[in-house]
Each structure stands twice: as structure tokens, then as C-alpha cells.
Design a protein around this ligand. Structure first.
Ligand SMILES: [Zn+2]
Ligand SMILES: [Zn+2]
Length: 158
């Protein structure tokens, strides 16, 4: 049986292993634009969950893109043609505000875009089609960690 690890000592697992395990279970359930509009839609589900709906602009065309809400998944559906390597512009479908942020993708060297989370954190991703750069900022990360391990413990006991 897997032991529930205290936050202060991670045994033989590195911090990055732990973060990876947690990230795989994370889903954006309430993503918003900087003006507070929900970006979640039930029009489209990906992996059985409401997708993130954004306005996408590329090559003079503007359309809609649906992103998989699970962290680390890069599945999308768009009604405009996107090719691998295309750098898209993403904005809020309600108010049109750009989701571009000041953090740069360290692979493509261009600004990332962000989906804001209700606790003040955000999920950032690279706007290059095919680039798998994602980063996650969670305010109060320790509390999130703790809660997830509690969930795991509950599951083991059941
Ligand atoms: Zn908005
Ligand atoms: Zn990138």
C-alpha cells in the first residue's frame, strides 16, 4: 500500500514527480478571462468534461477553439484550419480580451496565454499548435497538495 506522504518529506520521490502526478489529475473546472467571464462550455465535452471555449485568430481568420480541460492534455477542436507550428491568438469569446500574458514559452520564445482560476491561480499554455508547454500557478499550492493526498487516502480505505 502506498503511504500518504507528509508535505515535509517526499521520501524517494522528487518534487517534480509529485507535481507531475498531481498535475495529471487536475482539470480546469472554472476557467475565466481576466474580466471574469466563464470560459467553460457544455456545448462541447472533451474526455467527458466541459471544454474550455476560446476565440481563436490565425491567418486572418477568427473562429472558435475548444480545449481539453485536463491539465497536460493538448487535444483541441477548432472551426478554423490550424496547422502544426501555427501561432494562434486566443481571446475571451464574451468580451474579446486577449488572454496573452507576460510569461514566455521557453521553447518558442513567445508570450503564453492564461486561463484564470477562481482561487487566484492560473493555467498558462503556449499558443503554438503542437507545442506542449504548460505551466500551472496555484495560489495556496500546499493546501491543494494536502487535499489531493487526503483524497487518495480516502480512496485506499474504501
Ligand atoms: Zn471576457
Ligand atoms: Zn511553445
Amino acid at each position: 500500500m502506498r503511504e500518504v506522504l507528509p508535505l515535509s518529506g517526499f521520501g524517494d520521490e522528487t518534487m517534480s514527480d509529485i507535481v507531475k502526478q498531481i498535475a495529471q489529475r487536475l482539470r480546469v473546472a472554472d476557467g475565466r478571462c481576466p474580466n471574469g467571464h466563464s470560459l467553460m462550455t457544455k456545448e462541447k465535452t472533451l474526455d467527458g468534461q466541459p471544454a474550455i471555449k476560446l476565440r481563436v485568430t490565425f491567418g486572418g481568420h477568427t473562429g472558435t477553439i475548444y480545449l481539453n480541460p485536463f491539465y497536460g492534455k493538448f487535444e483541441y477542436e477548432s472551426d478554423i484550419q490550424l496547422e502544426r507550428g501555427a501561432v494562434v491568438d486566443l481571446s475571451c469569446p464574451t468580451c474579446g480580451v486577449s488572454l496573452k500574458v507576460d510569461d514566455y514559452c521557453n521553447i518558442c520564445n513567445i508570450p503564453m496565454f492564461a486561463v484564470h482560476l477562481p482561487d487566484g491561480g492560473q493555467v498558462e499554455a503556449c499558443p503554438t499548435v503542437g507545442c506542449h508547454k504548460h505551466s500551472l500557478t496555484i495560489v495556496d499550492f500546499d493546501q491543494q497538495l494536502e487535499r489531493m493526498y487526503v483524497d487518495e487516502e480516502t480512496k485506499v480505505q474504501m
